[in-house]
Each structure stands twice: as C-alpha cells, then as structure tokens.
Ligand binder design. Sequence first.
Ligand code: NAP
Length: 479
Amino acid sequence: MRLENYVGGQFVPARSAATLDDIGPATGEVITTLPRSGPEDVDDAVRAATTAMEGRWGRATVAERADLCDAIADRIEAELDRFAALESLDTGKPVQLARTVDIPRAVSNFRFFAGAVRHGRTSMHEMDDAINYTVRRPLGVVGLITPWNLPLYLLSWKVAPALATGNAVVAKPSEITPLTASALADVVHRLGAPPGAFNLIHGLGAEVGQAMTEHPGIHGISFTGGTATGKRVGAAASATFKKLSLELGGKNATIVLDDADLDAHLATIARASFANQGQICLCGSRILVHRSRHDELVERLVAHLGTLVVGDPRDPATTFGSLTSHAHRDKVESYVRLAREEGGTVVYGGGRPVLPAPLDAGAFLQPTLITGLSPSCRTATEEIFGPVVSVHPFDSDAEATALANSVRYGLAAAVFTEGLTRAHRIANDLQTGMVWVNCWLKRDLRVPFGGVKDSGVGREGGDYSMGFYTQDKNVCIQL
Ligand code: NAP
C-alpha cells in the first residue's frame, strides 16, 4: 500500500515523486510511504478546488451537500473495523479506543453537520420601508491542517462543516498519521463526489502547510496543532487576509475540591489525564487537589494506573498504547528527567515498559504521575502532551483558580466537587474556553469548542463552525 494525494478526483503521487515513510509507532516498522508534496502540488489542489467551486460542486444544493456528508458517515460506519485498525496502526493508540471513540465520533461529525445544514436558518430584519435578508455563502476554497493525535476525528470535525456549507477543501493531515485521511479520500472517491470538492495533499508542515497558508487561492484556514506552529500559520495567513481558526495547545487543570466524590469520579480524573496516552489537547496534565485530599487521591490514582493494560495496540484488551512517534516519546521522556531535576517525586511510572519484540522497538512510555513539584516550574507549566501528569496541593478555592489560571494556555479545565455554587464560581473565574464539572470530554456538537490566551483564536462546533466556513451577505430591498 502506497499512499497518494487526491486531487481533482484522481489519486496522484507528488509531482516531484518524492516520498516519506510512515512509521508504525508501536513497532518502529515502516507501514507505507506517502507523497512528500510541495507547493506545486498545493497549487494543483487549489486549482482543482477552484474549478469545483465554479462547476458542479459550486451549484450543489443543500440536500446534495447534506446527502454527501451522510453518505460519508454511513460508509465510514460500515467500515468501522478497517478505519479503527488503520488509526491504531498509525498512532499506536489502543484499537479499542479507536473503535469506540475516534471513528464513531468522526461518523457523528459528518451526520451532525449534514443535519445542521439541512436545518440551518438565516435572518431577516424588517424596517418601516425596507426589508433586509441575510444569506450564508461558502467561503470558497478552505485549507484544513490537522495534527496526529486524533487524526480522523479532528479532520472530520473540519471537513464535515466545510463540505456541508458548500466549500471546496484542500486538507493536509500530519505526515506522521496519514492513513485514515487517505481512507477518507478513498470513501469520497467511491461515493462519486464531484471532483475537486475534497482534495488531500500529504507532506510536511513546513512545505505543504506553509504553502497552503500563503496561497492566495485559499480563502480560509482552519488549523489545529501546537501554539508555536499556530503563530506561524497566523502570520502567513494574515498576509492574504484569510479567515482563520486556530485550535492550539493546552496545559489544562483538573481541580479536585475537598468535597469531591472520588468513588464516583476517580476513573474520570484518571481518564482526563491519561486517555490516548495523554495526547489529547484537553487532557488534564496538572491535577490541583485540596491539601486534605492530596495523599488519598495520589494513592488511589497510583492504584488505578496499575490496572491499565500497557501493550500491543491491536489487542482489544490493551488500554494504554504507544505514543505516536519515537521523537515525541523522547520529548515527553525528557520532561520526566526535567521533573526529577526540578525536585519532583515520580510516584508511578517514569520509564519505558518492558515489552516483547517487536513492541520493544515501539514508542512506549509508562503512565507517569509526579508529586512535589512547584506549580510554577517548567514541568507544571509547559505543554508536555503525553502521559506525564503532576499533582499539586492547594488550600482554598481561590488558590485553585489562581493556579489554574497561572499558565499561558487557556483551553479547558475540569472541576470535581459536590458543591454547585462553588462549581459555578470556579467555572466563572477560570480563564479557559471550556469547563467540565464532574465529567470530562462530554461532547455536545452544538457547543463552542476552543481556547483563550495561547490556546487559540475562534471557536468550532455547531453554529460556530457553520459561521466560520461561510460569509454572510445582506440584501436590502426598498418596499
Ligand atoms: P504541530 O506540529 O503544530 O502540527 C499540526 C499540523 O500543522 C501538522 O499537520 C503539521 O504538519 C502542520 N504544520 C507544521 N508546520 C507548519 C507550518 N509552518 N505551516 C502550516 N502547517 C504546519 O502539532 P502536532 O505536534 O501535530 O500536534 C500536537 C499539538 O496539537 C499539541 O500542541 C496539541 O495541544 C495541539 N492540539 C490542539 C487541539 C485543539 O483543539 N486545541 C487538538 C489537538 C491537538 P507536520 O506534521 O508535517 O509537521
């Protein structure tokens, strides 16, 4: 299996014929190759997308666009096992996680935006002697750039609203995890979607992503990735006045108050920290806990981590897989060393698990819990994006909020308490785009998703996505 780009309804190699290897992180073996595309391939894709907007796809009705999204959802759902196996192979995540979370959520993204566009509303404003009606039109050609942690889930979160609202798409997945994006292109192709409505260009961020953000034929960029990359994307995209959505990094706090019900919520607190090996932008990588519950929480978390099954991601019994690349594992591991230098005590994990061949060559790292660190040290304030979590005691609700807000990021937070008034107060004072109370990653596709401070600009989800991928036009009629 060799991956190719998908441009104008055809599967093609990079014009240069250059390729990159796609490595399976659980074993270090090469899975396949993918095109190492360049600006000339981005040009081809933008040309195909522009032609699609001028032709059949640009004239597609709401029903046709919604039907296409529904058909994509149905196809992915019918091939759930294949998609889950590909996602697990590419990312090292447990296949069971891909089967129950990543792929079903991608399916619901397509279904949701099919429904949203079918039931969309526009506005009318009446004057004494005139009426105004406002229509929503697609942006045109949109560039979608996505990271490696939730490859199909995050790509579909952008492709679905972009297609539903009538845009032509040029998508670039992370070159580390290209498999399910190619499988999506294959589905689009088999469904006979109008050529050029969906284009996929594989390659490196600095080559393909950069060319997309600079391209004058792309009218909007939706980017999910790290904060440093987001800064580059923002600078490049603003030169050609592109509409921009930036979903960036986080250093989220999980706040456990003195009255938290740990019997009910311990598993959720652990999942918030370690799901997908801690590689979810929403993971709570700092646990702030009332001093009176600190030792109890640490003890119970350590016991819980001991129940995780670390191993072969293909095994349905595995609950904790490998990290998504060796380079990333090395970076995450460097934070364990840093935490020790900064005076932390590793109370669970901290090393590489001992696994049989070929997994011994994989990018595995144990789930790692650290106590005794200052909340202002580097380990506790920089985004690690892996299974390395620090625990910090506090003495009052005000101190918990201040600690949560003390980092440059502001994506999400979770609060665990039995006190409704305290939960409301803390949720109000947290400088984040999202707050969960007594839950985590509970998902309603209508609500705004996004961060404040260095965690991003703009919101995705429901009407926020529909607004991003469209521009409003007002028509005023004199009566
Ligand atoms: P990344 O290095 O920023 O890469 C994200 C995407 O941008 C990849 O497709 C990458 O391509 C591409 N890219 C790199 N340089 C570029 C450039 N100059 N111009 C345009 N595109 C470029 O992030 P990552 O390491 O893949 O993902 C982890 C980060 O994503 C974490 O910080 C995490 O918090 C964040 N994230 C945020 C959210 C959210 O919703 N807020 C969700 C998930 C992840 P290459 O892979 O080829 O470099």
